[in-house]
Design a binder for this molecule. Structure first.
Ligand code: AMP
Ligand code: GLY
Length: 422
């Protein structure tokens, strides 16, 4: 069979999805819109923005795309799935209404409370003075989240009242996260180990992936501001099967049921970010998409045809048994631009990619890269995801760091302690 697929987004996640889709026996052509420098290695880039619903719809019609796969949540929030559904085109991802589970923290927290999904105690505010009054009644540290989408960066965790007051001022009045900060969720601080879970679902059936762990802070030892994610490991041996079943029962199933009750069934990848503390499981947030860089490790471990399982989800007939995993572990280390997650320069030449990929079990998924005169240059904050597999977690990490040593661009920085937390 010769199916054509369109992946929507431009990060390392989309490179990983396109890479895996290109290995499917059913797939003869993969497009990525808009893609990045690296996606050209496995697919054809299409110069359409991921929020250009009309543009993507026209492209899918003209090229007779068999399946469109959303990577980037902004596409779902823009209503891409709704438009494709209306046009009768097959698409993997949630509708705009179902995406609210990620795109509105207020919606998401209210859904958790309606469905008795364990999560931190919270209140929502659109008035800065009231928010601060509430904070004074809670213990510190406290967590302040801008309501809207802020690419994983819209959260401040003040440890003193002075910091909390400044955070409220920054988010709600000075709008450092833009309009996302018009209202905020203030919630209690959860301690424990942060774990990413992914569930693939066709709206009714769902299957849960092995647990993974991201590293959000920019510096070693979990120091510095939050980023989109600096490195991931999977699976996590210390998360026991009973806990995974508990997550399915107490988190994933009730969230899917809750959305169904609201007449917005969720199709796609539901990704709860969780805090595990002993036997306690609490939801930090829901995402309506694959994680980035979680997708990079999952695509290395997935041992079945990605096209088949995603198109089955889109068609409403996912067979959970068909999702299979290879033995072993995967790790990804993110190489970031100087200054990230703040401002950073672009256009810096990258060296050593070919040498790195010659090493055993290494795939480098590109995020913020572009092609300039046939060479890769930096074009974003998170630049590359050096991804390795191994028989043990340590083995995967050793291989990833060995490959990292071969790659360079001016001012490149990365964490040296991925996978060392537990
Ligand atoms: P979010 O955008 O909700 O994923 O939050 C970003 C990051 O802030 C999370 O990955 C956590 O590291 C941290 N965080 C968010 N909420 C809490 C919480 N209630 N307790 C502790 N840490 C949190
Ligand atoms: N890895 C964090 C995220 O995708 O939100």
């Amino acid at each position: 069979m010769s199916k054509s697929v369109l992946v929507v987004g431009s990060g390392g996640r989309e490179h990983a999805l396109a890479w895996k889709l290109s290995q499917s026996n059913d797939v003869s052509k993969v497009y990525v819109a808009p893609g990045n420098g690296g996606t050209t290695l496995v697919a054809e880039n299409v110069d359409i923005s991921f929020t250009d619903v009309e543009g993507l719809l026209n492209f899918a019609r003209e090229e007779q795309i068999d399946l469109t796969v959303i990577g980037q949540e902004a596409a779902s929030e823009a209503g891409l799935v709704d438009a494709f559904n209306d046009a009768g085109l097959s698409i993997f991802g949630p509708t705009k209404a179902a995406t609210l589970i990620e795109s509105s923290k207020v919606f998401s927290k209210d859904l958790m409370s309606e469905q008795n999904i364990p999560t931190a105690q919270y209140k929502t505010f659109s008035d800065a003075t009231k928010a601060f009054e509430y904070i004074k009644t809670r213990s510190l540290p406290i967590v302040i989240k801008a309501d809207g989408l802020a690419t994983g960066k819209g959260v401040i965790i003040p440890e003193t009242l002075e910091q909390a007051e400044k955070a409220i001022q920054d988010i709600m009045i000075d709008k450092i996260f833009g309009e996302a900060g018009g209202s905020v969720v203030v919630e209690d601080f959860l301690k424990g180990q942060e774990v990413s879970m992914h569930a693939l679902t066709d709206g009714t059936n769902s299957v849960i992936f092995p647990p993974s762990q991201d590293h959000k802070q920019v510096f070693d030892g979990d120091k510095g501001p939050n980023t989109g994610g600096m490195g991931v490991i999977a699976p996590l041996d210390w998360v026991k099967p009973e806990q995974i079943s508990k997550i399915q029962e107490k988190v994933v199933s009730p969230a899917l049921e809750g959305l169904k009750k609201k007449n917005s069934p969720f199709i796609g990848c539901l990704y709860p970010g969780l805090m595990l503390d002993g036997q306690d499981v609490n939801v930090i947030e829901f995402n309506a998409r694959f994680g980035d860089p979680e997708a990079e490790v999952y695509m290395r471990l997935l041992d079945c045809d990605l096209y088949k399982i995603l198109s089955d989800c889109a068609a409403g007939n996912l067979n959970p048994e068909s999702v299979k995993w290879r033995d072993g572990y995967a790790a990804t280390v993110v190489l970031a631009s100087p200054g990230y997650p703040g401002d950073y320069p672009k256009g810096l030449p990258i060296t050593g990619l070919e040498e790195a990929e010659k090493l055993d079990d290494i795939v480098v998924f590109h995020a913020g890269t572009a092609l300039k005169d046939g060479n890769f240059v930096t074009a974003g904050g998170r630049v590359l995801n050096v991804t390795a597999t191994g028989d043990t977690l340590q083995n995967a990490l050793d291989k990833a760091y060995e490959a990292v040593k071969l790659i360079n661009f001016e001012g490149m920085h990365y964490r040296t302690d991925i996978g060392q937390r537990v």
